[in-house]
Ligand binder design. Structure first.
Ligand code: ADP
Ligand code: MG
Length: 513
């Protein structure tokens, strides 16, 4: 190491990043509590492995590490090294802050709200998780490198499972998802630990690691009363500034070539979905041509949303085929379907409540941008960000919500949240738009405005598949309507034909025919 500390740093980062890619690829597909358990297991396994390697000095580790010299200046192990550690810590924090406010960063933040929506926007949630895993590994490598010069020796004991738990505690206490929360959490834990180690033996009369018990109690209290961590209390005093609107005149994002009017766009062919014994969708077939608005209606539980999920790859089919522009898309992951130009909204709004309306909508533009993690960390992605936000604002303006773009999405009422989802779907530049009950929760005026927007979209050549409960809304809007009941295809026809059908009336009134 004395040869070149910088070579050691590069090697350490490469080793850690490589290991993270391998471990992540194996582990990150696990869900729920299996993932943390698996990472704990890796930690234990690697710790024991290293501690038993002869050439690494076993439990004694590597001794006699020299001090770090930078351009001839010896950082020593006092003030000089502390300054250096702070420089690294702040640079890392800045890179993370930059990342979180970017195209890949929004993808990472969307992981918190589950995978379905992110995947529907074309995001590979696995890749986003792996990115986070590798970044964490690189930061750990840099920390270990600094730690070696601080201690002048490296051995396995400080890297035990207990340390891992302590870091987790710092993050949870400070606030998961807040970069500065990690600093706050680390500071509080360190100071508290020092004080408790002095205070507790005096109080109890014997010495021992009693601070662990106090930390346990604190963790329970924090998780119960401040699940967002201590940083959320600090953040309350920092006024949230609106994003500077610097994207005026930004070049438009690339747009896809749209299918010609009348082209056979979507063919749903005898699709079937069984949940155990329940046949939720029973061999449903219908077509949709470019430029059409087709309505999918039916009583509650008829299988409309399930049909949507089959078309968009959220659920796997039991049997049947879905063709988009002639290509069989059944079985493709939903992000691959999104890439082909099908976008959707959800009956139960899926969004990132702690992001602004504008950022939520910009998430829809994910596939139309290219900036990656490194570019974002270095802030070399700003030109593309402007284009993304210009597009997001344009789509918000289209549905009449541009004036609310800086609000937090979680603060909106249900109606505006639904509109925001439509703007997000439009931001993907779809050729086919699937809307699941877009008018639910809207007031009369808002419904009319939404109807106008959808008509305008149709006028521009957009194709729409619409699930709706509000009969009047679909009647005035659709070219054709498919009626479902108990998973089956009840009838298909023009709005007038459907309205006149005694079968449909019976289905809706719940009477036997
Ligand atoms: P709709 O959207 O027409 O109201 P859905 O497609 O949501 O109806 O549901 C159709 C049927 O499938 C319902 O009986 C519902 O309970 C059932 N269902 C939907 N999703 C699931 C699931 N993930 N697991 C089990 N049953 C489901
Ligand atoms: Mg539904």
């Amino acid at each position: 190491m004395s040869a070149s500390p910088w070579l050691a740093l590069a090697l350490g980062i490469a080793l850690a990043a490589g290991a993270a890619v391998v471990l992540g690829a194996i582990t990150l597909r696990m869900s729920g509590h299996y993932l943390p358990l698996a990472t704990i297991a890796w930690g234990l396994a690697l710790n024991y492995t290293m501690a038993n390697m002869e050439w690494l000095g076993k439990y004694d580790g590597i001794l006699g590490i020299p001090t770090l010299k930078i351009l001839g200046y010896d950082t020593g192990s006092g003030r000089g090294l502390h300054v250096l550690i702070w420089v690294f810590a702040l640079l890392a924090a800045l890179a993370c802050v930059h990342l979180l406010d970017s195209r890949p960063g929004r993808a990472i933040r969307s992981l918190k709200s589950g995978a379905t929506m992110a995947e529907a926007m074309g995001i590979s949630t696995f890749r986003a998780k792996l990115t986070v895993f590798v970044i964490a590994a690189i930061l750990a490598a840099v920390s270990g490198w600094l730690f070696a010069f601080f201690q002048r020796t490296v051995n396995p004991s400080p890297f035990s499972i207990a340390k891992g738990i302590e870091y987790l505690f710092m993050v949870v206490l400070g606030g998961v998802g807040h970069v500065w929360g990690a600093f706050l959490g680390a500071g509080v834990v360190r100071l508290l630990e020092d004080q408790l180690q002095k205070l507790l033996p005096a109080l109890i009369g014997t010495s021992g690691s009693f601070e662990t018990i106090v930390f346990g109690v604190i963790l329970v209290v924090v998780l119960k009363y401040a699940p967002d961590g201590l940083w959320s209390f600090v953040a309350r005093w920092i006024p949230r500034a609106d994003r500077v609107r610097d994207w005026e005149g930004a070049a438009p994002l690339p747009a896809r070539e749209k299918p010609a009017a009348g082209e056979l766009l979507l063919q749903v062919q005898a699709v079937r979905k069984e949940f155990g014994g329940l046949v939720a969708v029973n061999d449903i077939s219908f077509d949709l041509r470019a430029g059409e608005i087709v309505g999918l209606i039916g009583p509650n539980g008829a299988g409309k949303s399930t049909t949507f999920n089959l078309v968009t790859g959220v659920l796997s089919l039991t049997s049947g085929k879905v063709r988009y522009r002639g290509e069989d898309i059944a079985g493709l992951p939903s992000r691959a379907i999104a890439r082909r130009g099908i976008s959707r909204t959800f009956q139960h709004v899926k969004m990132i409540p702690e992001m602004t309306v504008l950022e939520n909508v910009a998430l829809g533009g994910y596939l139309r941008g290219k900036s990656g993690t490194l570019k974002a960390m270095l802030r070399l992605d700003r030109a593309e960000e402007k284009r993304l936000f210009a597009e997001a604002e344009r789509q918000l303006a289209r549905i009449g919500m541009a004036d609310r773009m800086h609000e937090l999405a979680g603060n909106l009422a249900l109606g505006p949240q639904r509109l925001m989802e439509i703007a997000r779907a439009l931001c993907t530049d779809p050729a086919l738009l699937l809307l699941d009950e877009p008018a639910a929760g809207l007031r009369h005026k808002e419904k009319q405005a939404l109807g106008d927007v959808l008509r305008q979209l149709k006028g521009e050549g957009m194709s729409l598949l619409l699930v709706e409960h509000d009969m009047d809304f679909v009647m005035g809007l659709t070219d054709r309507i498919v009626v479902m009941e108990f998973g089956t295809h009840l009838m298909e026809g023009t709005p007038a034909e459907v309205q006149a059908s005694p079968k449909v009336r019976a289905a809706y009134l719940g009477t036997e025919h």
